[in-house]
Design a binder for this molecule. Sequence first.
Ligand code: SF4
Length: 466
Amino acid sequence: MIEGHKIDETNFNPPLGVGGILLDERQKQVSVAGANERTIDCNKASVAGSVSQRACVFCGSRVVLYPISDALHLIHGPIGCAAYTWDIRGSLSSGPELHRLSFSTDLQERDVIFGGEKKLYQAALELINAHKPKAAFIYSTCIVGVIGDDVERACRMLEDETGIPVIAVEAPGFQGSKKDGYKVACESIFKLVGRVNNPIPAKSINILGDFNLAGELWILLEYYKKMGVHVNATITGDGRVEAISNAHNAALNVVQCSGSMNYLAKLMKDEYNIPSMRVSYFGIEDMSDALYDVARFFKDDDMMNKAREMVKEEISRMMPALAWYKERLTGKKAAIYVGGAFKAISLVKALRLIGVQTVIVGSQTGTPEDYELIKKLCDEGTIIVDDSNPVELSHFVKEKQADIFIGGVKERPIAHKIGLGFCDHNHERKEPLAGYEGMINFAKEIYATAMSPVWKFTKTTDPLTP
Ligand code: SF4
C-alpha cells in the first residue's frame, strides 16, 4: 500500500472508498461512469511504482505470432524468456503443431560478452533442417537489445541458406509494453504478406486477431462458410505461412481484438488498398453484427439473407437456455479486466444478456474512443480503469462487491485470493467463448462459477482487509 496518496475528488463523484491506494500519477486513468465528462487518460507507458498487469514487448510479439503453426519460433535470449510463453495459450491447429514447441538460443554469460550471433545462426540452421518449417521467426529479447547482436543480418544469411522466409522480430522486452510487441508482430507478419499469388474467390476475407483459442476460429469459419464467404488467411489462429503470404489478395480484412491487429490492417490498407472492419465475436449482438457487416460490405443480398437465417436459427435455439441462466444470475455483479477494451465492450453486453451487472471494467490497452464507448454503455457508478494493478483491482472489487471476476491468467490469483469466482476469458481457456455456441458456454461458466457454494467457505487473506 502506498501511503499518502488520496483520491482526486474531482475524478470521483461520489468519491470511492479506496482512498490511499491510487498513485497520484494514476488518478486520471480511473473514472466512474456517470460521474464526470472527463476522458480517461490512457495509451501511455505504465507509471513507475504501479505493478502493471501488462507484459513485455517480447511477450506481446510472441503471443500474436505463435499461432502460426507451420513456422519455427526461435527465441534469441536467455532460457527464461522462452519459458515465459511456453505453451501457455490454448491456440489450436488443424494441422502442423510446430508452434507448440518453444526454442531458445539459451544465451549464457560468455555469449553476452562475446556476442550471440554465431550461436543464433547455428541454432536456427539446425532447427530449420530438423523441422522443415515454412518460415522462421527469430525473436530478440532484452539482452539481445543490450548487447546489440545483428539479428537482421543473421536472418538474411539464414534466408539465403535455407530458402524460407526468416524474419527478425525485434522485441527487446524493455522497449515498451505488450502493446508495442503487437506492433512488432504486425510488422513481422507484414513481411510475409505478398510473397505468393494464389487465385482465391472474389468474396474472400482475412480474419485478423482471432487466435483460435479452444477452437473458436473453427466456429467462425463455419458461419462464414454458410454465408458463402471464403476465408483466405486466418491471422494468426490456426495460421499458415502460405495463406498469410497470399493475404494481400483478399477483398477485406475483418479485425477482431483490434489492440493486436489494427496496425497490420493499416499496413495492408496502405500497401495493398485492402479495407478493414472492426468486429467482435463475443455475445449475440456483436457476433451477429460481425456477420451482417461482412454481407453489407459485399453488397450481396443472398449473403445477407443467409446470415439473417442463420442468426435467427441460432438465437431461437439458444434463448431458452439464456433465459434459464438469466433468471438465476440476475442481481450478480461482475468485474472485467482484459487486454483489449473492445472485448470488454462485448463482455458488458453479453453479461447484461444474462442478468449480470458490470461494476468494474478495465483494460491494458484501451484507447480514448474505447473508454468513451464503455462509459456510455455501462451503468452509472461503474468503475472504468486503464492499465490497472493488483492493489487497485482488489480494492475496486471489494468496494463494488463483485461476485465474479473475468480476466486473464494474471487476474486469476487476484480473484482467488479475495475469494471470488473467476472466468478465464483469455488464452488459457479450454471452452470456446466466441460465437453463439460460445455465448452459451460463457453463461454456463459464469453460472457455475458465481453460484458455486465454495465461496461461502472462503475467507479473505488480503492483509489490506481487516
Ligand atoms: S522483459 Fe526481457 S527478459 Fe523478461 S521476458 Fe521480456 S524479453 Fe525476456
